[in-house]
Design a protein around this ligand. Structure first.
Ligand code: PGA
Length: 250
């Protein structure tokens, strides 16, 4: 297999120090594998996690600025100091609720890479866009905004395909739908850099749970998952991590 799997947990504005302990305990019982686990808790919990666990940590967003009078913002360097090696960029909730447009997402991703963080770039279409058969057009535009002018950033990125209609709704894309879209994404990435496109980890996100993950992980172009709701349940999240290591592809 050309790509090792990655499972990321997006805790959003949930969690507590108690959950940090429970999650660390649950994940420490997993057998050693080549799986990369990245937990993205609220930034205030990052130092706690660093103290008690050995898996990778990530921020949920970052500022595109290095430092300055930006009340409430967190720079890449501050996240790193708190223990992060990864950062989610362009999550659909940030795009919608915080008006992050493609240009800002591109600036954030560039900043993350410049600071040495690995960005997890989220892209995805809304239900209306899918129904209007605009999915590929939307994804291409979101990817082009970041990589068309700086294709070298692709080798340093993880991509997460998260259909907006599947996030937090309990309605995951089917494995076939997800695979078809992941294949399109990989094909599109090849326009920037063929080698990096083959190597790029493309995660699926949107209502992933212990029940539906195995079928998703069987798909050739799905290299792991970005998990929201189910990542707040330590036992279920550990099961998802186990499933991706057991779903080794031919
Ligand atoms: P969900 O969230 O797994 O709860 O759908 C995924 C995400 O928002 O990254």
């Amino acid at each position: 297999m050309q790509r090792t799997p990655l499972i990321a947990a997006n805790w959003k504005m949930h969690g507590s120090t108690a959950l940090v302990q429970q999650m660390s305990a649950a994940l420490s019982e997993l057998p050693p594998t080549n799986l990369t686990i990245v937990v993205c808790p609220p930034a205030t919990l990052l130092p706690r996690f660093s103290q008690v666990s050995s898996f990778a940590l990530g921020g949920q967003t970052l500022s595109h600025e290095v430092s300055g009078a930006y009340t409430g913002e967190l720079s890449a360097e501050l996240l790193q100091e708190a223990g992060a090696h990864y950062v989610i960029v362009g999550h659909s909730e940030r795009r919608t609720l915080n008006n992050e447009d493609d240009a800002l997402v591109a600036a954030k991703l560039e900043r993350a890479v410049a600071a040495g963080l690995i960005p997890i770039l989220c892209i995805g279409e809304t239900l209306a866009q899918r129904q209007q058969e605009k999915t590929e057009q939307v994804l291409a535009q979101q990817l082009d905004a970041v990589y068309a002018s700086q294709p070298e950033l692709l080798a340093k990125s993880v991509i997460a395909y998260e259909p907006v209609w599947a996030i937090g709704t309990g309605e995951s894309a089917t494995p076939e739908q997800a695979q078809a879209t992941h294949a399109f994404i990989r094909q599109h990435l090849a326009q920037y850099d063929t080698q990096s496109a083959v190597r790029a980890k493309i995660l699926y996100g949107g209502s992933v749970n212990a029940g539906n993950c195995a079928a998703l992980f069987q798909q050739a172009d799905i290299d792991g998952a970005l998990v929201g709701g189910a990542s707040l349940k330590p036992a279920e999240f550990a099961q998802i991590c186990l499933a991706v290591t057991q779903g080794a592809k031919e």
